[in-house]
Design a protein around this ligand. Sequence first.
Ligand code: GDP
Ligand code: MN
Length: 387
Amino acid sequence: MKIHEYQAKEILRKYNVAVPRGGVVFNAEDAVKKAKVDLGGNIWVLKAQIHAGGRGKGGGVKVAKSLHQVREIASKIIGMNLVTHQTGPEGRRVKRLLVEEGINIDKELYVGITLDRAQSKNVIMVSREGGVEIEKVAAESPEKIVKEIVEPDLGLQPFQARKLAYALGLKDDQHKKAVKFLFALYKSYEEEDASIAEINPLVITKEGDVIALDAKMNFDDNALYKHKDILEYRDLDEEDKLEVEASKYDLNYIKLDGNVGCMVNGAGLAMSTMDIIMLAGGEPANFLDVGGGANKTTVANGFKIILSDPNVKAILINIFGGIVRCDRVAQGVIDATKQMHVKVPIVVRLEGTNAKEAGVLLNNSGLNFEVAKNFKDAAEKVTAVLN
Ligand code: GDP
Ligand code: MN
């Protein structure tokens, strides 16, 4: 799950990670109030809150030097369609604005924590090249990123934090502050079951402080049951409408860009179904795992979600009947197809218990199913109906 920058900073504050003072507002009036009454001072930064990075370049982060400017900039940013390299060309409508005290930047650095999947351990990465796209640094000059792997049974060790702070080019007091910062950040990452904690830029201020100017945190969905307060941070406006709808039916749905809708039971089978569609020259429109019990209701809900995507030109149903009987699934597919008035061609591949009976049911249903003999045949049939 993703959250907004201001929410990540609220969490970080609890762990004594240094962040600028500030708060979220939803309109220009409150932005002025926040700047004038809550923050004071004479320089503020206004930051569009969307679940995507690169806001600075896209015009979503602005410095205001008077309350008049706060109002002017806030009314421009709130409601704007912000396009960044992470939003795609359609952009994202800005509804929330973070108002912060202005920070005097001396240096912009980078620190990120995530899971290194190859090592099955958390990795802390730092770079002196902060405030820019870290993916670019990683691609063009990977030697500028220094990493430390954290042993899960030991946790972050002092020598590692010191090494990282040193790699950031910091000495004396700033080095000490950076070590403290890294420990606090790592603690928040671990205790909150985050999957990413990224501070870009991590800033050294002209006054010599080490502070998180930006903050991005993602969380492991499977651990959210332990973190009710983080669940409250969920912003459905920022999530794909169809994925939100699918989660209501307990369907695992991820929207993709192709035109072959897939309905599959089991995540592994769903992955290989997408692969074989690609191999046959097609493009999957989605990942959809309907779970173990593929009955009329789950299939109908699956159709509903898949068909809400206007790109879908054909559907491939690929179900393995291990615990569920294929003839039951076939009946479910037939009933759901009738109920939902599905117009696009449907290719069905059912394998497992009572697969033969299932094929007979589908062929005699009077509906327009293409019954596939096997996996490869299914992928070829569904790409053929597109041409
Ligand atoms: P992102 O573009 O979405 O990653 O948003 P960031 O929070 O990283 O902000 C982008 C850039 O805006 C930073 O790298 C800074 O250069 C600048 N910026 C943000 N806050 C301040 C601030 O308080 N003072 C100054 N001078 N610049 C800031
Ligand atoms: Mn940033």
